[in-house]
Design a protein around this ligand. Sequence first.
Ligand code: FAD
Ligand code: UDP
Length: 383
Amino acid sequence: MAKYDTIIVGAGFAGAVVARELAERGGEQVLVLDSRAHIGGNCYDVPDEYGILIHQYGPHIFHTNSEKAYRYLSRFTEWLDYRHEVVAKVGDEEIPVPFNLNTLEQVFGGEAEELAELLTAQFGEGARVPILKLRESEDERLKKIADYVYENIFLKYTMKQWGKTPEEIDPAVSGRVPVVISRDNRYFQDTWQGMPKNGYTALFKNMLDHPGIRVKLNTDARDVLGLTPGTERIAYEGEPFEGNVIFTGAIDEFFDCRFGRLPYRSLRFDFEHLDADRFQSHGVVNYTVSEEFTRITEFKYLTDEWDREGTTIVREYPFAYSGAAGEIPYYAINNSENDALYDRYRELAERAGLILVGRLAEYKYYNIDAIVDRALEVAARII
Ligand code: FAD
Ligand code: UDP
């Protein structure tokens, strides 16, 4: 086992960035394990049987204000300039999301100009106002806007996604899609945004292609890593392992849920291939007042593969993760009770010497750029 300096569980962005850094800058021999048959974690993409590049675990669009994350990933990919716009289907209309001054005009017609002035005077041009904050407005006209946005964009979508109302979930979650006081229809306002030119999987291949990195797929860490009885320290294939172990998976499951399960939301993805050039008006259409699914993604918009025949779409159906075989935990459900339970697992993991990085291991939502920054920080500290 002296062969490896570090073992990393998970070949998603958290694991792959740490692996590359330790191998390249730290001169380490790194073993990366993943239970899946592929690298890339949830950002994995692959051509479907019709040759159309799909995101198997849901649509991923890269966007960031972190120059560091952007420059780092740019070492491993070129970018396709993609401007992500989303509309919500409300009755027969499609309205821009996040709700902005264009949406206001579409919805409120003649009144919109006055309302836009009011919003701008209250919050400032370009402001990003969380819906829960807008709902606190005293002014009746602002309240009217807030009620419209709440009822037509947030309430049903959030009920589907989380099984809870916007007030019952972590405010940071609905805050990710604020009311924007501008005429910018882009879903993200970040400085850098786009899609990896040859896809995410190709990006990962480049990142993990280093003589110091060995990737072992189809290997669940629970089958090869364990606690040495008595010491509660990590052992690999039965032998105490002295190097660092970076863990990016679900930490409760690694410890057999001994304190109980950490709650997550999961998703069922229903893919459909259609014999048409195009199915919908935008890459993503959110169903905010109807249907059981939350949104439909049409991949050709994201990947610019318009020269392919037919089109592939995916519908997302959220549900409560139960831990049953085949289910995937996607979203941590952050609240004080769940975070306290997570802290118990974190303490246990830290005592065992595990370094926790990632969306599952840290039980928190990370966008790609944030997890890249975090992984770079962790790697720098280790080196
Ligand atoms: P993951 O990608 O989940 O990787 C963890 C890896 O660990 C997996 O490959 C898993 O198989 C492996 N693993 C877990 N347990 C074990 C074990 N016991 N043994 C071996 N291997 C194990 N971010 C954006 O910036 N833009 C977007 O548009 C965007 N869209 C998203 C859409 C959805 C539906 C979701 C759920 C997330 C989205 N994100 C998006 C967030 C993005 O997916 C994460 O930032 C990113 O995947 C985090 O990487 P990670 O390495 O922490 O986790
Ligand atoms: N949301 C909503 N309606 C929308 C878009 C978002 O209610 O049309 C809420 C919902 O609660 C969602 C959250 O805002 O979970 C964050 O949205 P985002 O698009 O960031 O979700 P993700 O891409 O992470 O699924």
